[in-house]
Design a binder for this molecule. Structure first.
Ligand code: AMP
Ligand code: MN
Ligand code: MN
Ligand code: MN
Length: 281
């Protein structure tokens, strides 16, 4: 039986499991095909692939690119890409630098709010010295007793419109899609239900994403409501896009475990049909 989970995170970005432990957990969850899609980072892929080989989970090379569309952060997942591609590595390096600069600014804003040493505090939770995420600041804010749980850290401080939010100059969705295509990958619009868009906005985003060369959308995601799922199945049909799905698993606190996503409905083109030779090696 095929069970694909094509969106997950490890300690190479803001996940809590090492790539090896993530793959072992996928195995326990009966996942047959796992994509590791760390934020702006691919350093975990080699370890994940090796672990997958050892326990017979097919590991798909992936990444989740922080991108901008109409001044909003939109995530583009790249699947089936060549991790040795030079332009990909250069682009990822630049985005991680942007994360570093943004992190320093977040710490300054928190300091102005009376929360000292947030940079050091967040770095205490960083598991890849090249990558800092708002999730690390959230873990610091919980640990230091400023908020009760991570969601509160976002709601009070870190999310757009809150006092420690810093608008990051991510690459445009066009640039991110081009980077993925240049590395031989398939560009997937990640959790399209998550961007606080109206119906019209959702259509506009999908249209532009497709015009840039995007080929698939996540129809099923842990951050979707059942209604979102239904709507994006319809959009995949309407726009002629392939369909992907993923838990977006980060660790024990995640709402969905690896593999806990319904199978794609009949009639949709699964994203792996675009790269059968890599999906069924
Ligand atoms: P960043 O990519 O550094 O802006 O951080 C985004 C990450 O923070 C996401 O991938 C999640 O892991 C986490 N995150 C974002 N928004 C929230 C939220 N509202 N509640 C909890 N975690 C969140
Ligand atoms: Mn994350
Ligand atoms: Mn995301
Ligand atoms: Mn993700």
């Amino acid at each position: 039986m095929l069970l694909a989970d094509l969106h997950s995170h490890s300690t190479a970005s803001d996940g809590l499991l090492t790539p090896i432990d993530l793959v072992l957990r996928a195995k326990r969850q009966y996942v047959t095909h796992l994509a590791l899609t760390d934020h702006d980072e691919i350093v975990g892929l080699a370890e994940a692939r090796a672990a997958g080989k050892a326990c017979q989970v097919t590991v798909i090379n992936g990444v989740e690119l922080s991108s901008l569309w109409e001044r909003k952060t939109v995530h583009i997942v790249g699947l089936f890409l060549n991790p040795d591609n030079l332009a990909l590595n250069t682009a990822l390096h630049q985005v991680r630098e942007t994360r570093h600069t943004r992190g320093k600014k977040i710490a300054e804003k928190l300091a102005a709010l009376g929360i000292a040493n947030a940079w050091e505090g967040a770095n205490h939770f960083v598991t890849n010295n090249d990558l800092i995420s708002r999730a690390h600041f959230a873990r610091f804010l919980v640990d230091a007793g400023y908020v009760a749980h991570q969601q509160k850290a976002f709601d009070r401080y870190l999310t757009e419109g809150k006092p420690a939010f810093v608008a990051p100059p991510w690459p445009s969705i066009a640039q991110s899609v081009a980077t993925i295509l240049g590395a031989g990958g398939v560009a997937v619009l990640a959790h399209p239900g998550r961007y606080h868009l109206t119906q019209t906005g959702r259509r506009r985003l999908i249209t532009e994403f497709k015009d840039c060369g995007g080929e698939a959308i996540e129809v099923f995601s842990s951050s979707h409501t059942p209604k979102d799922n239904e709507q994006f199945v319809g959009f995949a049909h309407y726009f002629g896009l392939a369909a992907s799905l993923g838990s977006d698993f980060h660790g024990d606190h995640s709402r969905f475990d690896l593999g806990e996503i319904p199978p794609l409905p009949d009639g949709l083109t699964p994203v792996w049909s675009l790269r059968e030779e890599q999906f069924y090696p």
